[in-house]
Design a protein around this ligand. Structure first.
Ligand code: GDP
Length: 325
């Protein structure tokens, strides 16, 4: 069906997301699109076990954002959080490199209990989203074992959270290792959401450790090559807004610029959004296949998130209209 270019609100959208940057645009898209028009597909390569509990940092960031529970200042975890359990752990000399708020902990406890009862991660996520009244569909990228590790220059491997939180992204990296169960598959609904989407959005998440794990799953790239896919750069003026994305590009020997982000996804991208502060970088851009658009991509509040979401949807709608017969 060919849709009216004005009617971006009728688009079916699937968005690939990690945690911080992903959750911000996810919130904007969720506020703008009618309920049922948005599916978030969220990285689980950073998931890990801590105190015997299953922690899913990116999934939780996205769910908290959509549920209106996220802490707006910290950028992760819940607003109005208390830290009683965490300080009790500290008194006992327990590991405290990974901060756990009380309500966050409740989520990890209940998720672990439900997983032990035999529910899948996608079923548990759906249950939580229903309890919170989340309007869009949130899917973990897979229900099976998938682990992202970073290789550091001495050749050793660190689990992502060890690198990210415990080591504060300080070690210099030389690559990434994605370990997965042999029979790994995207979670139920992931491939169909992509197939059925009019538009696929790559949120401004870390390309290496938030989006690439999703792209590693069987069948994902094949679908993306058939779809209208647009991405927004997580790098502005050579810097990450938060986290190690720019540092990772540099350590991999690639200039940490939004042009490099475009190149990273170029195999399947149809549209790319760079920040207006980077307009000089794209002045002489001559790629014909990938259409570019400069926007103000910094999301500091909900208004920024919905504005960028609307502009992304309009951009997607323009690309779809170009292809319409
Ligand atoms: P993580 O898994 O928690 O690291 O979260 P993501 O991968 O989803 O997000 C991290 C990326 O989001 C970083 O590379 C940031 O530069 C990017 N990011 C965060 N906030 C913004 C923003 O407001 N605008 C843009 N363009 N990028 C952002």
């Amino acid at each position: 069906m060919t849709r009216s270019p004005d009617n971006y609100l009728s688009l079916q959208v699937a968005a690939l997301a990690g945690g911080v940057g992903g959750a911000k645009l996810a919130r904007g898209l969720d506020r703008v699109l009618p309920p049922g028009n948005l599916t978030l597909i969220v990285n689980t390569g950073d998931d890990f076990e801590h105190f015997g509990l299953r922690v899913s940092p990116d999934l939780d960031s996205v769910c908290y954002a959509l549920a209106g529970l996220a802490d707006p200042v910290r950028g992760w975890g819940r607003a109005d959080e208390t830290w009683n359990c965490f300080s009790g752990l500290g008194e006992l000399g327990a590991p405290t490199w990974f901060q756990l708020g009380d309500k966050d902990l409740a989520l990890h406890l209940e998720r672990t209990r439900l997983l032990q009862e035999g529910l899948s991660l996608s079923e548990v996520t759906r249950h939580f989203c229903e309890r919170w009244g989340v309007r869009s569909r949130v899917l973990p990228m897979c229900d099976g074992q998938f682990r992202t590790q970073v290789r550091i220059t001495d050749g050793s491997l660190l689990d992502f959270q060890e690198y990210f939180v415990r080591e504060r992204c300080e070690p210099v990296i030389s690559g990434f290792v994605f370990s997965r169960a042999e029979d790994i598959a995207p979670a139920p609904g992931v491939l169909s959401a992509l197939e059925e989407a009019d538009l696929v959005v790559l949120c401004p998440s870390n390309p290496w450790v938030s989006i690439d794990p999703i792209l590693q799953l069987p069948g994902i790239l094949e679908v993306l090559r058939k779809k209208t896919v647009i991405a927004v750069s997580p790098i502005i003026q050579g810097k990450s807004v938060k986290g190690p994305a720019a540092k990772m590009f540099a350590e991999m020997g690639i200039p940490p610029t939004s042009l490099s982000v475009l190149a990273h996804y170029s195999a399947f991208l149809e549209g790319f959004v760079y920040d207006l502060l980077d307009r000089d970088l794209f002045q002489n851009y001559e790629g014909e296949r990938i259409i570019i658009r400069g926007l103000n991509t910094l999301m500091q509040n909900d208004e920024d998130k919905t504005r960028l979401a609307i502009e992304m949807l309009r951009f997607g709608q323009d690309l779809i209209a170009r292809k319409a017969p």
